[in-house]
Ligand binder design. Structure first.
Ligand SMILES: NC(=O)c1ccc[n+]([C@@H]2O[C@H](COP(=O)([O-])OP(=O)(O)OC[C@H]3O[C@@H](n4cnc5c(N)ncnc54)[C@H](OP(=O)(O)O)[C@@H]3O)[C@@H](O)[C@H]2O)c1
Length: 253
């Protein structure tokens, strides 16, 4: 990464109090960006902001009004956003019949609605300047579907198609839209959703590796980055040979 590229740039990273987001904020700051970090846990957020020399802006993204305020606050403080990293997300594992209405709505709001609202808020400035980076942290769950993660997978599938469609809308206008598609990352994500990662493969990768893949993908103009790279294979098989994919998925889970 060419660190000079981000000197003076303003970045907003959601979910920056933990895991991939905290590492991404640090990487963007190391590359010279002025970073605004958002998350819910004020203490962990302040710690992450301290490590990246950035500004902590606590916000619960399940509330659309707070989400709109977050974007307005950064625009007010910095005058613009050059890099938006839509990373915040929460998981839920178990049969959908075990979910309450509120749990479903919270997942959709944080994982899908908030990235849409934040993107819409920062895009006018990016478009008028003719430059900007929009990063989205999707999931392999959103590409392949996962049993007993239907709502989570649905939010991530929506996020992926949103990013893809947005890219078509802004193409040729200086805006780079990048989706990171991680399989398994070694973060508190699984503990928080209340069910540990149940498989041996794909192996969890460190959060900083995911953050590095996202940031370098954004800066080099990539549309999508799968992590690990071999996850492109099941995605391609599902897209080109859906019946074969379903048979293999039924057999191997
Ligand atoms: N870990 C994996 O294996 C994996 C795989 C594929 C995709 N992902 C995606 O990667 C992204 C980052 O997750 P992670 O693995 O780094 O997990 P993490 O360590 O649990 O971090 C999640 C971050 O999202 C924030 N967040 C969650 N719900 C929020 C809400 N309602 N409002 C505001 N912030 C909220 C959390 O804030 P607080 O901690 O302050 O509440 C935290 O900063 C998520 O979108 C996740 O779906 C993760």
């Amino acid at each position: 990464m060419n660190s000079r590229r981000l000197d003076g740039a303003v970045a907003l990273v959601t979910g920056a109090s933990s895991g991939i987001g905290a590492s991404a904020a640090r990487r963007l700051a190391d590359a010279g960006a002025r970073v605004f970090l958002s998350g819910r846990d004020a203490e962990r957020l302040a710690e992450a902001a301290g490590l990246s020399g950035g500004t902590a802006l606590p916000c619960d993204l399940t509330d659309p009004d707070r989400t709109a305020e977050l974007a307005a606050r950064v625009l007010d403080l910095a005058g613009r956003v050059d890099i938006l990293v839509n990373n915040a997300g929460q998981g839920w594992a178990g049969p959908i019949t075990g979910m309450t209405d509120a749990q479903i709505q919270a997942l959709v709001a944080a994982n899908l609605t908030a990235p849409m609202l934040l993107s819409r808020a920062v895009l006018p400035g990016m478009l008028s300047r003719g430059i900007g980076h929009l990063g989205f942290v999707g999931s392999i769950a959103g590409r392949l579907g996962v049993r007993e993660e239907a709502v989570y997978a649905g939010t991530k599938a929506g996020l992926s198609v949103f990013a893809d469609s947005l890219r078509k809308e802004v193409t040729g206008r200086g805006i780079v839209v990048t989706e990171l598609v991680p399989a398994v990352v070694d973060t508190p994500f699984f503990a928080r959703r209340g069910r540990p990662y149940p498989r041996r493969r794909p192996r969890p990768v460190p959060p900083d590796r995911a953050a590095a893949a996202l940031v370098s993908g954004m800066l080099s103009g990539r549309h999508e980055v799968c992590l690990p790279r071999w996850m492109y294979l099941p995605i391609a098989v599902r897209a080109t040979l859906p019946a074969t994919y379903r048979r293999l998925a039924d057999r191997f889970g």
